[in-house]
Write a protein that binds this ligand. Structure first.
Ligand code: CA
Length: 223
């Protein structure tokens, strides 16, 4: 699961990002409203932590754009105690939750976990055809053979993304953004190599599922 933290106080952003990474989330940060909006509109995030007072564009403007563009991410706003009016406005626009500054990092993490667990798209077990992927343990099982294999971190992110979008063509760019992050240099990651590791593991446990390359378009998980 990938989270975007938009917060201009870099020290706070870093604390939040570090703690979320400890919790096994993928995290990107933005330190101003313009970059925050740009990243938010990529629609690769499951959740966005959004400060209200930001340079260039404020958090409420960003939230409005997120909603106008049908971005699926949950949004938790960060607000100062005095900004009650902003808080009400934000709920009107569609924020999922608020945390008032100053906050304990544990409280914010708890709110994040609540939002992501209440997301009905997110389950502990992802299934497609004869495959079953346990999100907590990173274990992939073939239900036909009952064989299991452990999936390393980056391959796991890739597999999770493919299984969530099964039988749909996903472009290379979408995969890079989702699995490696939007700031990544495409050339530096060898997607083909990771896909071939995954295909081997799927085969080893006896699954019939295939990750097909679709010429000039991308990849598709199918039977
Ligand atoms: Ca701020």
């Amino acid at each position: 699961m990938r989270i975007l933290v938009v917060e201009d106080e870099e020290a706070i952003a870093d604390v939040i990002a570090t703690k979320l990474r400890d919790e096994k989330y993928e995290v990107d940060t933005s330190f101003d409203g313009e970059d925050g909006l740009y990243k938010a509109l990529s629609d690769i995030y499951d959740l966005i932590i959004l400060d209200i007072m930001l340079p260039i564009k404020n958090g409420l403007e960003i939230l409005k754009k997120i909603k106008e563009n049908d971005i699926s991410a949950k949004v938790i706003m960060l607000t100062a105690k005095s900004q009650l009016e902003d808080k009400l406005k934000g709920f009107d626009i569609g924020a999922n939750d608020y945390v008032t500054k100053p906050f304990h990092i544990e409280e914010l993490i708890a709110r994040v976990n609540v939002q992501l667990r209440s997301n009905k798209n997110h389950k502990d077990i992802l299934e497609y055809s004869d495959l079953s992927l346990n999100i907590r343990t990173s274990t992939l099982t073939c239900k036909l053979t009952n064989e299991s294999i452990n999936i390393p971190y980056r391959e796991f992110l890739l597999l999770e993304y493919l299984m969530c979008n099964k039988e749909q063509i996903i472009s290379k760019e979408q995969i890079y953004d989702k699995v490696w992050g939007i700031d990544t240099d495409y050339e530096s990651n060898n997607l083909e190599a990771y896909l071939s590791f995954l295909r081997k593991k799927i085969k080893i446990i006896g699954s019939k599922v295939n990750i097909k390359a679709v010429r000039n378009l991308g990849y598709k998980m199918e039977m």
